[in-house]
Write a protein that binds this ligand. Structure first.
Ligand code: SF4
Length: 322
């Protein structure tokens, strides 16, 4: 079976998706990046190859797309045919499953974003990469404090009759407020629901500030698994919020569909064997002009596979060894 491979490498997770020629998602894999995107991709491709062999699936990769913060690095080591930013990939992926969507709310472990679309293309967006108060890390920290598994958070929140009002502008304020509310008798359900509402308030007043949120609204990313947050968004926006299929791996889904939209004549995919090869990444400063660009170089088995980071193209357009 001929397939397109999408890979999304973020700070927390690395996701792999296979989409067949008919546009069906036939495989998804989520693994932890653990600070090393090269190792994560090598491990992921090894697992992918093993899983396909166990399921007796004969897959030929005919195109590879990468996205996420390490898309260039991972694109270089896998031989990607397309490397796109997360906004474009998330918009493409979600549009596949929710035609006519206008707004994407995306909350991951350490970042969050909003994308506004018109006719399937993104026309505005904002990202939060600095403050954890509107991300999954915030919820994880509070779940830890309350000694509640994060997987149970959503169900507990939905049992609340009167969500507690918490000063959830940041984790520090929130923690002290939460202790106070526990001491004066607020139930765990109400506090958990209050945290969900707090996160949504943070998101809407910071990341989504000034954005024209219109339905259809899609919510994706790891935190979209939490039903309490979905409900809090619906309460705040007074609109239905849709959780699309593949909500936790949508960047990789989008990367696979983007390469399927414009398939290469012949893929540059280096194969699953990159897992056994020696891959190294280094950088140097060009010094060719006052920009003094930091140029990143990736070598596979000692041969230069990619260079990027140069503003003028002096290095990235140079002939590569691979
Ligand atoms: S890569 Fe180009 S822009 Fe950057 S320092 Fe070298 S010459 Fe200047």
């Amino acid at each position: 079976m001929k397939c397109y491979l999408g890979i999304d490498v973020g700070s927390i997770s690395t996701n792999f998706v296979l989409v067949n020629e008919a546009g069906e998602v036939i495989y998804t894999l989520y693994i932890r990046t653990e600070g090393n995107p090269i190792k994560a991709v090598q491990a992921g491709l090894t697992m992918l190859k093993q899983n396909l062999s166990e399921k007796k699936m004969d897959v030929e990769v005919i195109g590879v797309g990468t996205t996420g913060s390490a898309r260039y690095l991972v694109g270089a080591i896998t031989g990607a045919d397309l490397m796109k930013n997360e906004i474009t990939a998330h918009a493409r992926g979600a549009s596949q499953f929710v035609p006519g969507l206008r707004t994407i709310l995306e909350i991951g472990g350490q970042d969050s974003k909003i994308v506004i679309l018109e006719d399937g293309s993104s026309v505005d967006f904002a990202m939060n990469l600095i403050c954890s108060a509107g991300t999954g890390a915030f919820l994880d920290a509070q779940a830890n404090r309350l000694k509640i598994p994060i997987e149970d958070f959503g169900d507990i929140a939905l049992r609340s009759k009167k969500p507690t009002q918490l000063g959830a502008r940041c984790t520090v304020f929130c923690e002290s407020d939460m202790i106070h509310k526990q001491q004066i008798g607020h139930s765990t359900e109400d506090i958990v629901a209050g945290l969900c509402h707090g996160l949504v308030r943070n998101f809407l007043s910071s990341v989504a500030k000034g954005k024209n949120i219109k339905s259809k609204i899609v919510f994706q990313g790891g935190v979209s698994e939490n039903k309490g947050i979905k409900k809090a968004f619906e309460d705040a926006l007074q609109e239905e919020v849709i959780i699309p299929p593949y909500n936790t791996v949508m960047g990789a889904v989008g990367a696979a569909f983007l390469v399927r939209d414009k398939p290469p004549e012949k893929t540059k995919f280096l194969g699953f064997d990159i897992t056994e090869r020696d891959i190294r990444c280094s950088s140097f400063n060009c010094g060719g002009c006052p920009n003094n660009c930091e140029v990143i170089e990736t070598r596979i088995d000692g041969k230069v596979a990619a260079r990027w980071g140069d503003r003028c193209g002096k290095w990235s357009t140079m002939k590569l060894d691979i």
